[in-house]
Design a protein around this ligand. Structure first.
Ligand code: WAQ
Ligand code: MG
Length: 252
């Protein structure tokens, strides 16, 4: 039997015009969808764009592209652990401890934390050399948007049963993204906290330590947030970005 068609769905929403015209980034989302699910998932993405704590979007783009089934890879989700901390300062110290364990240099850790703390309008991830700490992508505020990953439905149900306290789609989406990123041989670690003002939990992701949630990485009300991918020295940037943006991945 022929494989069913698969589609990549990508949404981005901004306020004050499109991102490329200087608009403020409100929300984004990426899904993988079978033909039957497309309408449901598109309306979920629209809902995400139109009911967001960063503000009301006046620009929304949804792009749908057919994906070659033969290219799809299946990855098992990173294991999850949680560090309960009481302040963002304590949380950032904990993030630094984990990144150091993963052999990210002190300079790169500091640059990553400073960049995230000062950001407030990033659409995608920033790539930093894990040793020199220098930025190695040339994407400006746009950054790199990881796309074409999603949970395999039945596996997500199973995972949800094993992790009953993680009910929000935010956590599932973050684990899917962190899993795809960590499984590239070029990735050393990822550091993330949300740019949504009410959400202060973030994580350090890596193959070695899994998905390490840290309960506080910023103060409530702040618009800072984003993602830093710390990469190996000598990474082939073009093929790394190609993997992040184009390689279809089922998490399950
Ligand atoms: N690719 C690259 N960067 C992205 C992507 C993507 N697909 N999606 C989001 N980002 C970047 C972008 O700069 C956003 O502004 C920033 O990350 C934050 O995105 O409790 O909710 O969707 O375990 O606001 C992590 C902790 C929550 C969840 C992360 O991020 C938990 C979150 P948000
Ligand atoms: Mg956000």
């Amino acid at each position: 039997m022929e494989n069913p068609s698969l589609y990549s769905l990508r949404m981005r929403a901004a306020q004050g015009g499109a991102h490329e015209c200087g608009g403020l980034h409100i929300s984004g989302g990426e899904r993988l969808s079978t033909a039957e699910e497309v309408e449901t998932l598109v309306s979920q993405l629209l809902h995400k764009a139109m009911s967001h704590s960063r503000g009301t979007a006046d620009f929304i783009s949804i792009v749908m592209e057919k994906v070659d089934q033969k290219e799809v890879e299946c990855l098992s989700p990173l294991p999850v652990s949680t560090y309960d901390v009481h302040t963002p300062e304590e949380g950032r110290r904990q993030a630094a401890i984990l990144l150091k364990q993963l052999f990210v240099s002190d300079t790169a850790i500091q640059n990553g934390l400073d960049l995230l703390a000062s950001s407030h309008n990033w659409r995608g991830a920033i790539l930093l050399d894990s040793q020199s700490g220098e930025r190695i992508d040339h994407r400006g505020d746009r950054g790199i948007r990881v796309s074409r990953m999603d949970w395999e439905k039945s596996k997500h149900r199973l995972w949800q049963n094993q992790h009953p306290s993680f009910t929000s789609s935010r956590i599932a989406e973050a684990i899917a993204l962190a899993t795809k990123v960590a499984r590239s041989p070029y990735t050393v670690a990822e550091l993330c906290w949300s740019d949504d003002p009410e959400y202060v939990t973030g994580y350090v992701g890596s193959c070695e330590l899994g998905y390490c949630r840290i309960s506080h990485l910023k103060r409530k009300g702040e618009l800072s947030g984003g993602r830093i991918f710390f990469v190996k020295e000598g990474t082939d940037i073009e093929s790394y970005i190609e993997y992040l943006e184009r390689k279809p991945v089922w998490i399950g």
